[in-house]
Each structure stands twice: as structure tokens, then as C-alpha cells.
Design a protein. Sequence first.
Length: 303
Amino acid sequence: MDIAVIGSNMVDLVSYIDQMPKEGETLEALSFSIGCGGKGANQAVAAAKLGAKVMMLTKVGEDLFADNTIRNLNEYGVDTEFVSKVPGTCSGVAPIFVDKQSQNRILIIPGANKHLLPVDIDAAAEKLKKCSLFVLQMEIPLPTIYYAIEFGNKHGIPVILNPAPASRELDLNYVQKCEFFVPNETELEIITGMPVETEQQIEAAAMSLIQKGIKNVIVTMGKRGALWLTEEQVHHVEAYKVNAIDTTGAGDAFIGCFAHVYVKNRDVLMSIKMASAFAALSVTGRGTQTSYPDVATYEQFLQ
Ligand code: ADP
């Protein structure tokens, strides 16, 4: 295995509506679609689409979404040996309402994702030890994230932590133990409590994390590109100029591709550049996992 993603899966239940129903009112919606998502699953799929050998450690519920989620991961080539069902619990779901102005309202029900625990890491230990990189986000319990970081450190496996969704409770003592910390601007603002309007402010906020002992901070900034800071240097990588249609899941595309390229060559700058290209392509199509390009499309874009 190249990469272990220890994280979440969700099922997006998207209703396209004219308007939100008022209290007590029943309205007919225009259409409906189901999509596989969750930050962990998205990142696993992004890396697997590029050819990485990816295993996922996640939990699904005991409902009709569970098998569909596992099948979807398998179809993209993600190893699901350690994806298990939690009896009596629902899978993670996200009912999303999108109106005609493309404004959305989203509810997240974490369901089984809340049940991914340190014991699950122990149960998968033999396989996890053989991985070259761990990829973590924050849609699972914090103690599990901390345990995974410790496990990675103990076995010499570098860890990428994507603090999404951001929480002020995140203990930076654990973040110091990660090789890469990859927030977007909003997450950086929440974690540091510093303003992130301008690039100078973003750089100052990221630098405050470096000063707290975090090794590599990579801030993704949408169409403004990405900023990579270490104690020695600051590097700005421009975003590719594309016609953006739907930017959902761009951050997950970036991280999945970054993980794949980094495992292959350990060159951080090259990995950020390659991830920027993959993420840029992803915003040119609708959806999340479905908008991630396959290897052929990606390689053509790079030429
Ligand atoms: P998130 O989805 O977490 O908010 P970002 O919006 O920062 O993440 O996007 C992640 C990366 O995707 C960016 O660093 C950039 O490389 C790429 N990206 C995002 N939006 C665009 C865009 N409109 N044009 C080109 N690249 C983009």
C-alpha cells in the first residue's frame, strides 16, 4: 500500500429546489441526486484515480448506503478491507438543498464516522504499518486522529493532516508531529484566530504555525493558488487558469493528488504543482469525485 486514508465517508443527498419549504409546508422539488463524498473518501478516490495503491480506514452504518459506499470505493480501486459496518447506526449522510441561484443549505449527519476509534487503528495495524503515508482529515473523532498521528510517528510513516472542518480544539502538539498540515484559508483563520483577507495576512497566519513548531504548512487559497511554508522558506504556487464551474471538492482533489505524487518522489514543490493542476481540472466539472480527472485527461492537461 502507498497511502492509508484514515477518515470519513458521506453520502450527499442533493435536492434541487425552487425554494425552501416554510414550516409545515410540503413542496415538490425539481430533481434529486445521490453522490458519494466525505473528505476522506474523496481524497482516497483522488489518489486512487491517479494510480496510487490506497487503503481506506472508515466506518459505514447499517443501512442501504453502506454497500453503495463500499462498492464505490472498490470501483475506484480503493482497498476496503478495513471498512466496517457499525450495527444500529446510520451511514454519514449530507442532505443538501440547492436552489435556483445555486445557493445551498447543508446538514451533516456524521453517523458511523463518529464510531471510527483508536481500536480500529489497532485492528488494521499490520496493514497500516506497510503504508508509506497517512492522510487524515477532521470528520472523525479527535482522539482517533491523535492516535493515528502517534501510530504514524512510531512506525516512521509521515502524516498529512487536513484540518477540515476546522476546530479550535485541535491540539497543536499533535500537529507538530505531522509532516504536512494543509488547511484552506478559512480553516487557517479558525485555527490561528488571525485574519486571512490578504496574501500577507495568510502568510503571517501560516508563519505563526511554523513558529509553533509545525514542519510544513501548505495553505490552499482557491484560485489564488497555494502557499508552502517551512522554517527556511515561503513558496507561492500559482493556480492554473481554468473555467471554474463547480469548486466543491477541490481541496480534496489537491490533497489526494499531493499524497500520490509525494509518495512517488518526495519532492514537495513538485507535488504541490501537480496537485494544483489536478485540482484545477476538478473545478471544470460538476460534482466531487465524479469531477476528478482520470490519468489520461490529467496527463494531457499537463502537456
Ligand atoms: P477547498 O476546497 O478546501 O476550499 P481550495 O478552494 O483552496 O480548497 O482549492 C484547493 C486547490 O484547488 C487550490 O489551491 C487550487 O490549486 C485549486 N483551485 C481551487 N479553485 C480553483 C480555481 N477556481 N481555479 C484554479 N484552481 C483552483
